[in-house]
Design a protein around this ligand. Structure first.
Ligand code: PMP
Length: 357
């Protein structure tokens, strides 16, 4: 039976990426060797790393603008810590926008380094909206925000002009929508949504902001070190980088971010229209801040849950359960999820309405 994978991450990747990466496990580039058994210093893998780094910048429109792309270990969670390590001056401070659990995790790490100002928080309403009116202190070393809040289904549609370095955790919406990425000085994202399998993190950094903290930074946590070593300071996660390259190539062939954005908007519109039309469902995020990637919703009457759950499972849908901290449902519609899968979910929601009304 065809599966419709709404998993929040790790998540669906393009079928052709699964096929190509599976083939490379058996025979990489016709070498007679598996991608899993070759040296990361081999000519073939160095080419993979170089292409992946260049293509990431290309897709983001950042080629030739003083940025470096790195493929590192440790997930977005390690970037919570590497950000203040690399950017917060010894006597300085940082400014953060608290829009969800992951933003809170980043704030927690920054506090261990120095003064951390939370400019605004939507915690008062269980992170169901994005705070709008706030002031970012101009004497902070950087401003940190989270573009898409995977758990709560909210997404920043605009970003403030701060005059200070801008850092953004784009784990769950990178490569999904057009933006002026040059507005940001440091972008990071765990691969396991729109870019590839778990195990690698994309870090895109404007080189000129580094080297100003006066801190002694351990090599593995030092972005400058990773740049100097061309993202091979130590053994990189070879297979995850290769699969990320395949996914980025798939996106490029499709027409890049501009093309996928249209498809993503169509998917989100289809689902949100049904959530709003169908009296048995309620969206949990404030309309204007709704995420195009993760749609969060609940049943108007919780007692119907067993019927609805049985119906979507029977339709081949998987991964629709909301995050354990909020409950309800979450439909993650990352780049590789086809529009047809969203139609299947919408059809189930309509049938459910007929069944219980
Ligand atoms: N930030 C965001 C927005 C996320 O969605 C996640 C994980 N889903 C993380 C950070 C943490 O990422 P990781 O597990 O790669 O450390």
């Amino acid at each position: 039976m065809k599966k419709h994978n709404y998993s929040a991450g790790p998540c669906i990747l393009p079928q052709e990426v699964f096929q190509k990466s599976a083939a490379a496990i058996l025979d990489f580039n016709g070498s007679g060797l598996s991608i899993l058994e070759i040296s990361h210093r081999s000519k073939d893998f160095i080419a993979v790393m170089e292409q992946a780094r260049a293509l990431a910048l290309d897709l983001l429109g950042l080629t030739g603008k003083g940025y470096q792309a790195l493929f590192l270990h440790g997930g977005a969670s390690l970037e919570f810590l590497m950000t203040p390590y690399n950017l917060m001056t010894k006597a300085g401070k940082a400014a953060y926008l608290e829009t969800g659990t992951w933003a809170a995790g980043a704030i927690k790490e920054a506090k261990a380094f120095g003064e951390t100002v939370v400019v605004a928080s939507s915690k008062d309403q269980n992170f169901s909206y994005i705070p709008k009116d706030y002031t970012v202190p101009t004497d902070a070393d950087y401003f940190h925000c989270t573009s898409n809040n995977t758990i709560f289904g909210t997404q920043m549609k605009t970003f403030p002009n701060t005059g200070i370095p801008m850092v953004c955790d784009m784990s769950s919406d990178i490569f999904s929508r057009q933006m002026d990425f040059s507005k940001f000085d440091l972008i990071y994202a765990g691969a396991q949504k729109n870019m590839g399998p778990a195990g690698v993190t994309l870090v895109v950094v404007k080189e000129s902001i580094l080297g100003k903290t006066g801190r002694q930074i351990p090599n593995m946590l030092n972005l400058q070190q990773h740049i100097e070593k061309e993202s091979m300071y130590n053994t990189p996660p070879v297979f995850a980088v290769y699969t990320s390259l395949l996914t980025l190539q798939w996106l490029k062939n499709l027409g890049g971010i501009a093309a996928i954005e249209q498809i993503n908007n169509a998917k989100a519109e289809l689902l949100y229209n049904e959530i709003d039309r169908n009296p048995l469902f309620k969206g949990t995020a404030v309309n204007e801040d709704r995420s195009v990637m993760n749609a969060t919703f609940v049943l108007a009457d919780e007692s119907h849950a067993p019927v609805f759950d049985e119906m979507w499972k029977a339709a081949g849908i998987s991964g629709l359960t909301g995050h354990r901290s909020v409950g309800g449902y979450r439909a993650s519609m990352y780049n590789a999820l086809p529009l047809e899968s969203v139609q299947v979910l919408v059809d189930v929601m309509r049938e459910f309405e007929q069944k219980v009304s």
